[in-house]
Write a protein that binds this ligand. Structure first.
Ligand code: NAP
Length: 913
């Protein structure tokens, strides 16, 4: 039969409050008084508020004694409650013996070590610092010594290699400690509580780690000892180290997140000198590596500089970050207000270093913070910005920058760049002309530039920075850091929202983008608006929608009986992806690849074609406005043989998405294999056959036949490279094509009535002239064009038609990539032969057929070796439909769901249970 107990609880904090709540459930326990610390400012200790809510008398003493003598008024108040047992869960005050012995049954006290080991105030720290294999706690009968009283009960657990002071407390010492206090009280009530005298064998009394002089990390010891020391002070207060800067300045920092590291220094390391360490420590991509006196390494993941916690791998980047120092009075007042909002949400005092999530905030708290900040400061803010700046001071800086710029979408960066103003289309458009690396426009190494020529007048338009291999390396590093850093904080759904926001910005700027594209690449403005830009926007919207729908599957596998097995797959991003694109649809090629790449969760760098990189640079500016974190998207105009090659060769790039010619594709594939066996997808050249049967709708066949060749002045990878026209309609077909060509409006691409603009650049234009010369030389009949448009400056090539083209001729099997229609005849009774001729090419990108006979059409679709088949239509592509070639037209798809898989890897997880 349990004795009824009148319990006084003496202590503070959550631990004591939880013990109180536990004891309140016990019928034989009456908590008659709670003794705790005074309020801090207006904040009451949680033990006091919990007791008050239960109607339990609460006493708050700053101290219990003066000069070693118990204060009479305190004693009197203590005695007034008539306690028979004192329970001391975590008591930080010195309690006089009159109180310890003042309850008839005595005082029981919690201590977080296996006594007599680690007596003193920092027992958990010392458990880790000394490398104990077991941790635990003791409940003992308080006496007049320091943690020396007789033991009532003890509990222990193994120390795991990943344990820190925080983790061992949260997973064991706290929850099991609270329960054990309840058990101890029951034992007292039942008269079964032992009093086991502590031995002095193995006893230790350890220094208090709240004293700064004890927190200094000794680096002259083994890696294991360094690791133990750091984790013993993690997360409070952190081990102190001193960084010695090159200019002699010493900076005190604190280390967190230590672990032993056996992989040794990595390739991309930078030295950092620490006081007390003969060799430098190394900042690398996952932290700071310190070599212990035994030659082994310890890695530090996080460093606190002043009030700011940073990832150790960002040490040098953070050094460049200039914090705001010129806060106005108004901004400082806002700081107060913001601090109040944080405090109301987190229910704890806010310091500059308070981390929103480490303080226990969840997703609802993010929403509340965002909404309260929007309301209080009238500033646009998105949830992901909280994830990217979770520390109070960072968040405040972000807010100040947003307020100063009048926009919350800049990610804290005022975007400055060198550029030029394009005066065209009744607009003045500012266009960046520098490389875009890590969220900023920067010059190329050595200020190297590319000349950008307007193909409509052959005049120099501007000069654009030309990336070197070193610039590529910088961009890869920033994409790599973003992939393992900020981008990981962005959830798939937020990623989708960023992409949709970018699409919206592209929509808002579509006239500007189309104007730039038109001037830079020679695309007819109306087509640029609809296709080059329109389909780019569609791609970002389409893939933006995929972000939160990328999922693996659960797979029934043969279980290892009698156990069961669960096997499932995860679809994961690949990492840093390199993208290399051609010049025919500059922004669309970028978007087809990059939207899928980003939707899948990768980071990337793109090298657009050197002849027309301007829309890619304007696009880069919009990604900043959309709020993409720095490093996620990098844009590097440059030469294929230098910058493109450096991307293909880079060992941190894990995937290369390439669109271009077959010979360069072959070369790139070798580089991908030789460098690091990076995955690649290749969208290459084509010589797409289009078969027109006599039973077709001829009007339609002529219309689509024309656009199959002349769309975008023939600079169209799926352009019909060869037309097979049934002999019965051949002459009529040619006649109608020529009629249309004669009236085709050729001229300024910005003019809304123009149908045919200049070719993209001079080298290409010259190649088209050669192509035609060769056709004539080999005996094909040139019935129209084959030359420059007379009396016009600019790369205007007359739309061209060849007939009587025989299979052996160069122009019958090589791609022109220009406005050149190549026509061969076939006999309607010999479908097998025409199919064979259509397939007799190493390319296999697209194909088309015009016929009203559904059987013929379906037979064609069955037998043609091409990734895309058009029936009674041509050029009908859509962002939701997979696009890509067979044979030497490459492999891997752009667009559609299949494109996502090009930028994902599948991980298979098997669990036996
Ligand atoms: P390209 O000469 O192969 O160039 C494509 C891209 O590769 C350009 O950015 C080029 O840089 C770069 N490059 C060149 N050498 C490189 C190297 N060693 N390493 C890495 N990158 C390198 O092709 P293009 O003349 O620009 O484009 C026309 C071709 O693209 C045609 O064959 C066309 O059919 C094909 N294409 C295919 C598709 C499709 O989806 N299948 C779509 C559009 C175009 P530079 O700017 O310095 O030349």
């Amino acid at each position: 039969m349990a004795t009824n107990l009148r319990v006084a609880i003496i202590g503070q904090s959550n631990f004591a409050a939880d013990v109180l709540e536990l004891l309140l459930e016990r019928p034989h326990v009456q908590v008659v008084g709670v003794f705790t610390i005074p309020d801090k400012g207006s904040r009451e200790d949680i033990l006091a508020s919990t007791a008050a809510s239960q109607g339990i008398p609460v006493f708050k003493f700053a101290s219990w004694r003066r000069k070693g003598v118990a204060l009479p008024e305190v004693l009197e108040q203590y005695r007034s409650v008539g306690a028979t047992l004192n329970v001391l869960p975590y008591c930080s005050q010195f309690i006089p013996m009159e109180v310890i012995d003042g309850a008839a049954l005595g005082s029981i006290c919690y201590h977080p070590s296996i006594l007599p080991l680690h007596r003193g105030a920092s027992a958990i720290s010392w458990t880790l610092i000394e490398g104990d294999e077991v941790a635990g706690f003791s409940i003992f009968w308080a006496d007049d010594g320091l943690d020396t009283g007789p033991l009532l009960l003890q509990r222990q657990c193994n120390v795991e290699p990943t344990d820190t002071l925080d983790s061992i407390y949260k997973r064991f010492l706290y929850p099991e400690g609270v329960k054990a206090m309840g058990v101890a009280v029951d034992m007292v009530a039942n008269g079964t509580a032992p009093k086991i005298t502590q031995t002095e064998v193995g006893a230790s009394y350890d220094a208090a780690m709240f004293k700064a002089e004890n927190q200094l990390l000794n680096l002259q010891q083994s890696a294991a000892r360094i690791w133990q020391f750091v984790r013993g002070l993690d997360s409070v207060p952190g081990a102190i180290a001193v960084v010695q800067h090159a200019d002699g300045v010493e900076e005190q920092v604190r280390f967190f997140g230590a672990h032993l590291y056996s992989a040794g220094p990595l390739k991309s390391c930078k030295p950092l000198q620490l006081q007390g360490l003969a060799k430098p420590a190394w900042v690398h991509d996952s932290g700071l590596l310190i070599e212990g006196s035994d030659g082994a390494f310890v890695n530090i993941r996080r460093i606190k500089r002043g009030s700011k916690m940073i990832n150790a791998c960002d040490w040098f980047k953070q050094a460049q970050h200039k914090p705001i120092t010129d806060f106005s009075e108004d901004e400082l007042a806002k700081r107060q207000l913001l601090s109040g909002i944080w405090q109301a949400i987190l229910k704890q005092p806010i310091e500059a270093s308070t981390d929103f999530f480490a303080a226990g905030a969840g997703s609802m708290d993010v929403v509340r913070l965002v909404e309260e900040v929007k309301e209080a400061f009238d500033v646009p803010l998105e949830n992901e910005q909280v994830f990217m700046a979770p520390v109070f001071e960072e968040f405040f800086e972000l807010l100040v920058l947003s307020l100063r710029q009048g926009s919350g979408l800049t990610g804290g960066q005022q975007l400055e760049y060198e550029g030029f103003t394009l005066n065209a289309n009744k607009r003045q458009i500012r266009v960046p002309t520098q490389l875009f690396i890590n969220g900023q426009f920067v010059p190329a190494q050595g200020n190297k530039t590319l000349d950008i020529v307007n193909p409509s007048d052959e005049q120099l338009l501007c000069q654009v920075s030309c990336a070197s291999a070193q610039d590529v390396d910088k961009a890869v590093q920033s994409a790599h850091d973003a992939f393992y850093g900020a981008w990981r904080q962005v959830s798939p759904r937020q990623r989708g929202l960023l992409m949709l926001r970018l699409a919206e910005l592209m929509e808002q700027h579509k006239e500007e983008l189309a104007t730039i594209e038109s001037v830079d690449s020679g695309a007819v403005y109306t087509l640029a608006l609809k296709t080059h830009i329109g389909m780019s926007i569609d791609a970002w919207r389409y893939f933006g929608g995929w972000c939160d729908k990328i999922q693996g599957s659960t797979i029934p596998v043969n279980p290892a009986r009698p156990n069961n097995v669960l096997t499932f797959t995860r679809k994961e991003p690949i990492g840093v992806c390199g993208l290399v694109t051609p010049w025919n649809y500059p922004l669309m090629m970028l978007s087809w690849k990059m939207a899928a790449c980003i939707a899948a969760g990768n980071t990337c760098l793109i090298k657009p074609a050197q002849t027309c990189p301007l829309t890619a640079l304007k696009f880069a500016e919009l990604t900043v406005k959309a709020g993409f974190p720095p490093g996620v998207i990098n844009v590097l105009p440059g030469q294929g043989s230098v910058a493109g090659q450096a991307i293909a060769d880079h060992t941190l790039v894990r995937k290369l998405g390439f669109t271009g010619s077959t010979p360069i594709g072959q070369h790139i594939m070798k580089s991908c294999a030789d460098s690091n066996l990076k995955k690649c997808s290749l969208e290459l050249g084509g010589k797409s056959p289009l078969i027109i049967f006599a039973d077709c709708d001829l009007d339609k066949a002529v219309k689509h036949g024309m656009s199959s060749v002349f769309f975008n002045k023939g600079e169209n990878c799926i352009a019909a490279g060869r037309l097979f026209v049934e002999d019965r309609i051949h002459d009529e077909f040619v006649r109608r094509v020529l009629k249309d060509l004669r009236t085709m409006a050729i001229g300024d691409p910005l003019n809304r009535s123009t149908a045919h603009g200049p070719q993209n650049h001079k080298a290409h234009f010259d190649k088209l002239l050669e192509f035609c010369e060769r056709g004539v030389k080999e005996g094909a009949t040139l019935v129209y064009g084959g030359c420059r448009v007379p009396n016009m400056k600019g790369y205007f090539f007359t739309p061209t038609v060849f007939t009587d083209v025989q299979d052996h001729m160069f122009i019958a099997h090589e791609e022109s990539f220009g406005p050149i229609m190549i026509i061969s005849k076939f006999n309607g009774s010999d479908i097998d032969s025409v199919m064979q001729r259509a397939n007799r090419t190493e390319y296999g990108l697209a194909s088309g057929v015009f016929t009203k006979d559904i059987s013929k059409a379906l037979n064609f679709a069955d037998r043609i070796e091409a990734g895309t088949v058009f029936v009674n239509v041509y050029n009908k592509t859509d962002v939701a439909a997979p696009f890509g070639g067979f044979k030497q037209s490459g492999f891997g798809k752009d667009l559609g769901q299949e494109a996502l898989n090009e930028y994902l890897k599948t991980k298979c997880v098997t669990i036996e249970y």
